[in-house]
Design a protein around this ligand. Structure first.
Ligand code: C2O
Ligand code: CU
Length: 496
């Protein structure tokens, strides 16, 4: 494994400046919160608030020590855990040399707590703080991260688990697995990586047609199970891939006893890497997608893109097993160990056969009946054409980058349909704030899973629907941090 992050892109362009990596702050400065805190939320009750300190820290990645930015000096940041319906209170303190925020990814919270600078709150400047306080309405596996530039790529992220007292899934143990791609302090910084992508990374490397020349508007892209995201699954080859902040040289160890059912809550916080995860000698029973229950599906491996979360259950065998998260299209992997008995650990480079068997993807999943949105007339449909301009390295939605388009409108109470049409040769994990949509498959009566982040494969069309039940102004963007920095974002705005 090399120690330099190298860009693999053939077509990237030099857009606006680095300032474009942030958001169009001024355009939204006039926004006012519309919902008062819920009864029971006590704004000045600081005693029970969790403190999140965003600051530079020295972190041991397992054989490599790096100077980077984290929450509370930990990587991942501290696990926040509460029960559904409870109020989360967090005091953010910013000791970074840059402004920041915290976004609560996947939570249908009140708009002014969503952590998007310029849209829902001002940037929290160095030396300042911000109090987050909101109700968590849905159980599930979530995470938090800043919504500023490439800060997530430096290690500012942590898991957020909302427990369900009425949980029907039975298990004996639980482990949270945070997957990440890493360059800062080992290879170039995220900002240098972005600059390189913009400068020279846009040269062609033989991909016929680059981003243009293919128009998959019919949604008829073919699916290759050995290469589920197409030939072009990432822009950056990171020097390290991590599970819970640990490199394969000194991996995380999950312990259990033979026969136990272990629940894995898997979170992909990477900037540019989708992972294919498997546990050697085991099958994965997938029970939740982006926090919401599905009809369980048992497969050999699982595809998880940036911003997605899956809960799976594993019935533990007797021995020592590799847990491998293959970095799709990058010839590298993240690694952990599952141990239920003494014995020699598997090598970090091992490739469990399960990775090449049945890989569960979103196409295999359907919502549990309890969270199925059902069918009802659609009040409005928005079409979102996803593309990249190889001459300029802009990543666009309907031809616009960086909120250049008018916000997508919604009215409270209506069913809204979004149709994503990917005209580029890269996949995009599209993420909507403040809502959980349901994936609809054309011509099929199946339910489709509830999600807040959905993979749109190259040249594919994906339709989702959601209930417009959470007024405010919400981000809708690609969760590839470099694509987002390149402009692939827009806003959903409720009409007054
Ligand atoms: Cu985790 Cu707007 O994203
Ligand atoms: Cu993208």
């Amino acid at each position: 494994m090399g120690t330099r992050a190298t860009t693999t892109r053939r077509s990237f362009l030099a857009v606006a400046g680095l300032a474009a990596a942030g958001l169009a702050v001024d355009a939204y400065a006039g926004h006012r919160p519309r919902e008062a805190p819920r009864p029971g939320a006590r704004p000045d009750d600081r005693a029970s608030a969790v403190r999140l300190l965003a600051a530079p820290a020295t972190i041991d990645l397992g054989g490599r020590t790096v100077e980077t930015w984290t929450f509370n000096g930990e990587l991942p940041g501290p696990e926040l855990r509460l029960r559904v319906g409870e109020v989360l209170r967090v005091r953010l303190e910013n000791r970074l040399p840059a402004g920041t925020t915290v976004h609560w990814h996947g939570i249908a919270l009140r708009n002014e707590m969503d952590g998007v600078p310029g849209l829902t709150q001002p940037l929290v400047e160095p030396g300042q703080g911000f109090d987050y306080e909101f109700n968590v309405p849905d159980p599930g596996t979530y995470f938090y991260h800043p919504h500023v530039g490439l800060q997530i790529e430096r290690g500012l992220y942590g898991p957020l688990v909302v427990e369900d007292p009425g949980e029907v899934v039975r298990y004996d143990r639980e482990a949270v697995l945070v997957l990440d791609d890493w360059t800062h302090g080992v290879g170039p910084s995220p900002e240098a990586t972005l600059a390189a992508l913009r400068r020279g990374g846009m040269r062609h490397t033989g991909q016929a047609g680059g981003h243009h020349g293919h128009h998959g508007a019919g949604g008829a892209a073919t699916f290759d199970p050995t290469n589920p995201l197409g030939a072009d699954a990432g822009d950056v080859r990171h020097p390290l891939y991590l599970v819970n902040g640990r490199s394969p040289r000194s991996p995380t160890v999950l312990e259990g006893r033979p026969g136990q059912r272990m629940r894995l809550r898997i979170i992909n916080t990477a900037a540019d890497t989708a992972f294919r995860l498997a546990v050697g000698g085991h099958r994965l029973k997938v029970t939740h997608a982006d926090g919401f229950p599905i009809r369980p599906v048992t497969g050999d491996a699982l595809l998880i893109a940036m911003g997605e979360r899956y809960d799976v259950q594993v019935q533990l065998g007797d021995g020592v097993f590799p847990l491998v998260a293959l970095a799709e299209g990058k010839d590298a992997q993240a690694f952990a160990i599952v141990r239920t008995s003494p014995g020699t650990s598997p090598r970090a480079g091992v490739r469990p056969a399960e990775l090449d068997r049945w890989v569960v993807t979103v196409a295999d999943l359907d919502a549990d009946g309890a969270v199925d949105l059902g069918r009802r007339p659609v009040g409005r449909t928005h079409r979102l054409v996803l593309d990249g301009d190889m001459e300029t390295y802009r990543w666009t939605i309907n031809g616009h980058a960086h909120h250049g388009a008018a916000p997508l409108a919604a009215r409270r109470g209506e069913r809204v349909r979004l149709v994503f049409e990917n005209r580029s040769t890269m996949f995009h994990p599209m993420h909507l704030h403040g809502h959980t949509f349901q994936v609809r498959r054309a011509g099929e009566r199946r339910a489709g899973p509830r999600k807040d982040t959905v993979i749109v494969r190259p040249l594919e069309r994906v339709t989702v629907e959601f209930e417009a039940d959470n007024p405010g102004r919400w981000m809708l963007h690609c969760h590839n941090a470099y694509h987002q920095a390149g402009g692939m974002m827009t806003t959903l705005a409720y009409e007054r």
